[in-house]
Design a protein. Structure first.
Length: 407
């Protein structure tokens, strides 16, 4: 198959996300993948950035496996509001060009505006269109003024897709609320490289940061949103009398400076270790070095139906997870599967202490690992491939019925 993917995030700098795992593996299986992306962090570029970011093309891009995809980044005007207006023009032209030259069998959209453009062109050219939902997208629009408009666009995308795929049941229910026909919805869950995460060795990482056998290391990885709850955890840890309870954070984001301030203000030293991004192949060893993994996000509308891929990786590594009681996570994993739910980030330390005192870290980690054993990426990718193949074949059949003898 020839697959065109459109998204409004940075394919090169962000991730690996669901899209990277799926499409790199599909490329590895012989499918041709072209991606149209968007430099979502253009505002964070140096002040002397050019007014217009010119079109860029990246070939054979891969983050998780050797299957490379080709990424096209259309030009945009790097000014507020004008960035959206320019996107509507340049992404539309690139989608038209891709349909003309690449001739995709199916188009998959992950975004809002360019997904709307892609859905329209797909319908015009009788190409199946898949809306792949991994977030409540309109809530992520940085300009609050535009969130109502973004919601209307998201509703339109759900209504006009040939198939709507969600990564969990909570998001599937959300897509139906947002206009999706339930008969066209499907859940294809997030996956995990089970072999890689379940067999990693963390001894070198523990030695690097001076963690001893007496230390209990809590671990978080990912983007440090200001609502991720890690600052509350760090403050509670500073109050704890257990000096062997430590936290390792792997990632970057808005909360980075705040965590550095807390570390210095409370003299946490080696009890709070902050590391930037690491190559994906190093991540399993960091997870293996941990004892307990964290998702202590604040309960807000953005997080309610989200099930981050990191949870599957935490669990595949055989680690118990302390997680805020988010609707999507509870729906996905239930209870007594190695995840321990808390009401707020401030409860992390007491829950971790209960796991330590109960000598249940290892057994709870085994429960978690067993639960996600069937979520290997190869299984998930095959399921996704099957769905796309069925859409393409059904579309070809319908076109044959309408235009007999032309295919």
């Amino acid at each position: 198959m020839r697959i065109l993917v459109v998204q409004e995030s940075d394919w090169i700098a962000k991730g690996p996300h669901q899209s990277h795992h799926l499409f790199e593996r599909l490329a590895q299986k012989g499918h041709e993948i072209h991606v149209i992306d968007y430099p979502i962090d253009w505002r964070k570029a140096p002040i002397k950035k050019p007014l217009v970011m010119i079109k860029q093309v990246f070939t054979s891009v891969h983050k998780v496996v050797d299957g490379g995809v080709n990424v096209v980044r259309p030009a945009i005007v790097q000014l507020p509001i004008l960035n959206y207006m320019s996107l509507l023009v340049t992404h539309r032209l690139e989608i038209i060009r891709q349909i003309r030259d690449f001739k995709p069998d199916v188009i998959v959209g992950f975004g809002l505006l360019n997904t709307r453009l892609a859905a329209s062109q797909a319908r015009l050219h009788n190409i199946p269109f898949v809306y792949y939902v991994i977030d409540e997208l309109h809530r992520l629009v940085p300009e609050q003024l535009f969130q109502t408009l973004a919601r209307a666009v998201e509703v339109n995308n759900n209504r006009n897709a040939s198939k709507i795929i969600s990564i969990n049941e909570g998001l599937r229910d959300y897509t139906v609320q947002m206009g999706a026909d339930p008969k066209r919805t499907e859940v294809i869950r997030a996956g995990v490289d089970f072999e890689r995460f379940s067999k990693a060795d963390g001894s070198v990482v523990r030695q690097r940061y001076g963690f001893t056998d007496e230390d209990t290391v809590m671990f978080f990885m990912g983007w440090l949103y200001d609502f991720s709850g890690l600052d509350e955890v760090a403050l509670q840890m500073a109050k704890s009398q257990n000096k062997h309870l430590k936290m390792l954070v792997l990632g970057k984001g808005e909360l980075w400076d705040r965590l550095q301030e807390i570390k210095e203000m409370h003299a946490l030293g080696d009890r709070l270790v902050l590391e930037g991004w690491k190559p994906y192949e190093e991540v399993p060893s960091y997870l293996a070095a941990a004892d307990i993994c964290l998702l202590p996000a604040q309960k807000n509308e953005i997080m309610q139906n989200i099930v981050p891929i990191k949870l599957y990786e935490y669990m595949a590594a055989g680690k118990p997870v302390i997680c805020t009681s988010l609707h999507g996570v509870i729906t996905e994993f239930g209870y007594e599967n190695g995840i321990h739910y808390i009401d707020s980030p401030e409860d992390v330390i007491s829950q971790a202490t209960a796991l330590i005192d109960g000598l249940s870290i290892e057994s709870e980690g085994q429960r978690a690992q067993q639960f996600v054993a069937g979520n290997d990426w190869n299984i998930i990718t095959s399921s996704f491939e099957h769905t796309l193949n069925n859409l393409v074949k059904s579309n070809e059949h319908q076109l044959t019925q309408i235009l007999p003898g032309t295919l």
